[in-house]
Design a protein around this ligand. Structure first.
Ligand SMILES: [Zn+2]
Length: 282
């Protein structure tokens, strides 16, 4: 499932491909993913509109457009859900089986594909207002982070998935940030010491920034190729093998911790897998 770094890398990839392009056709093949925007409203706002910008907030893509009919700015919200892909392809290439929305851009198509249709492409952006601070911005401060943690008795790993606490952290990077901070995922959020909170704050930022930096340098295949399970997108030709080493605990149950050699353990918290080193993380 894509998290903040994967969505950021996708936004950086798509931005130059889309900006300045005009939507000449809107082909919605799964109206479910527009919810709650009705299909006629979706088409009316976007047909003839021009892409002017692309930003990311949490795990959401925010496409900025200028409407043809009203001349006003329109924001289109995209979310990859569990299995979504968004990519630009030549018009003569066959469409993927699970194409949910196809925007015709002249000689190219901008395609949102989703085998499970859990993602979104919608004009309803209300979810963004409920998000917590962007972890890599100055809005994310240790003091406010500490205050929010003090109010929660949830296990810290589960609390980190709360998008109103901090936006964009999901299952993979929550486990990785806790490993960096040497904090047990089972510890109640309100039991973390000030020193642990500072380490966790630093761990979250470090792990996300590192993933963006790493993902920006490796060749990726955004076009619906099979995911290699390590970076959500498919592997492009020439992706170096060392890239597989970037995750220290996630999906590494039974393998030795690279800090102490103790086997990494998998547990289930709130129906999600957590990976950690029981020796290093207390
Ligand atoms: Zn260890």
């Amino acid at each position: 499932m894509p998290e903040l770094p994967e969505v950021e890398i996708l936004a950086r990839h798509l931005q130059p491909l889309l900006c300045g392009k005009t939507i000449r056709g809107v082909d919605v093949r799964r109206a479910k993913i527009l919810k709650p925007t009705p299909l006629p409203k979706f088409k009316d706002a976007l047909l003839g509109a021009k892409f002017t910008g692309l930003a990311r907030r949490g795990k959401y893509l925010l496409f900025e457009l200028r409407s043809k009919t009203s001349g006003k700015p329109v924001t289109l919200l995209g979310h990859l859900g569990m299995t979504g892909r968004m990519f630009v392809a030549q018009k003569n290439e066959p469409l993927p089986k699970h194409a949910a929305v196809v925007f015709e851009l002249g000689r190219q198509n901008f395609i949102y594909e989703d085998t499970r249709y859990f993602g979104r492409m919608t004009l309803d952006v209300s979810v963004v207002a409920k998000l917590g601070p962007e972890p890599l911005s100055d809005d994310f401060q240790p003091a406010t982070f500490a205050q929010a943690l003090k109010r929660s008795r949830q296990a810290i790993k589960t609390k980190l998935l709360d998008q109103s606490l901090v936006a964009g952290v999901g299952n993979i990077y929550a486990s990785e940030a806790l490993f960096r901070a040497r904090i047990s995922p089972r510890l109640s959020a309100n039991r973390l010491t000030s020193a642990q909170i500072k380490k966790l704050w630093r761990g979250i930022r470090g792990v996300l920034a590192g993933a963006i930096a790493g993902g920006s340098t490796v060749p990726l295949n955004f076009t619906g190729g099979k995911s290699d399970g390590l970076f959500y997108f498919g592997r492009g030709p020439g992706t170096p093998d060392f890239y597989e080493e970037r995750l220290r605990v996630y999906d590494r149950a039974g393998t030795p911790c690279n800090r102490c050699g103790f086997p990494i353990k998998r547990i289930v918290q709130a129906a999600r897998s957590t990976f950690y080193c029981p020796h290093c993380q207390i």
